[in-house]
Design a protein around this ligand. Structure first.
Ligand code: SF4
Length: 228
């Protein structure tokens, strides 16, 4: 019986080295993060124990007080950890992409020659639904952000027809995104004036803060698509 993941079994021979390399990259990322986290945890623990010992020695606090406060702080930190996680990004809130109602229709076909489908260069996290479905690829080195290729475009972007090769299964941010007020792409949507920096290789990281801001929105309000 072949125990390899289904994706490996289906892969043609030339695809395998690339997949192994992605897996190796993902593992290296995990090991690096684990080492860094362990180092920081040990350092923090040393400081904390030293501080507690000193405070007890000086009669400023008691062990019971520490235990009681520790319970309260642990609960608070656990909630924070569950919300932000250790560098892993997941789409929230979770919605069913197949019943998601798209509210805006953009005339992309008349604009692609200007915008170059820049929206398919942005980074966003996948949902549990996308991950479980297994169609949309994500970056092994930056879970669970959508996979991008070397040219900066999404792995699923069809360069020939400038369209989505997984249109039926595309994630919610691709369904919900409204570029009209996104100044990273359009300086003036109605008059088709595109941001001149759109073709820079490091777009949108080449933009300064005002260019990244979307008028009328607070910068900390979650956007349907964003490039961290
Ligand atoms: S999944 Fe499709 S629509 Fe979404 S970014 Fe990739 S190519 Fe674009």
């Amino acid at each position: 019986m072949n125990n390899e993941p289904e994706e490996y079994q289906k892969a043609s021979v030339p695809e395998l080295p690339a997949m192994y390399s992605e897996v190796a990259q993902g593992l290296a990322y995990l090991h690096n993060r684990t080492n860094a986290t362990t180092g920081r945890t040990l350092e923090a623990a040393s400081f904390t124990y030293a501080l507690i010992e000193l405070l007890i020695e000086k009669g400023l606090i008691s062990l019971d007080e520490i235990d009681e406060r520790k319970k309260q702080v642990s609960e608070r930190l656990l909630m924070r950890f569950l919300k932000h996680d250790a560098g892993v990004a997941i789409q929230e809130p979770e919605q069913d992409k197949y019943t998601f109602q798209q509210t805006v229709k953009i005339d992309c076909e008349n604009r692609l020659h200007l915008c170059q489908a820049a929206c398919c260069k942005m980074v966003f996290p996948l949902s549990y639904q996308d991950i479980a479905e297994g169609v949309i690829k994500w970056e092994l080195s930056r879970p669970y952000r959508i996979a991008k290729d070397a040219d900066g475009y999404c792995h699923h972007f069809d360069r020939q027809c400038k369209g989505c090769s997984v249109h039926d299964q595309r994630p919610i941010p691709c369904r919900a995104y409204d570029c009209r007020n996104d100044r990273r792409i359009w300086l003036d949507f109605e008059n088709k004036i595109v941001n001149p920096k759109i073709n820079d290789p490091d777009w949108p990281h080449n933009l300064n803060i005002p260019e990244m801001e979307i008028p009328g929105r607070e910068s900390d309000v979650p956007r349907p698509r964003q490039d961290p």
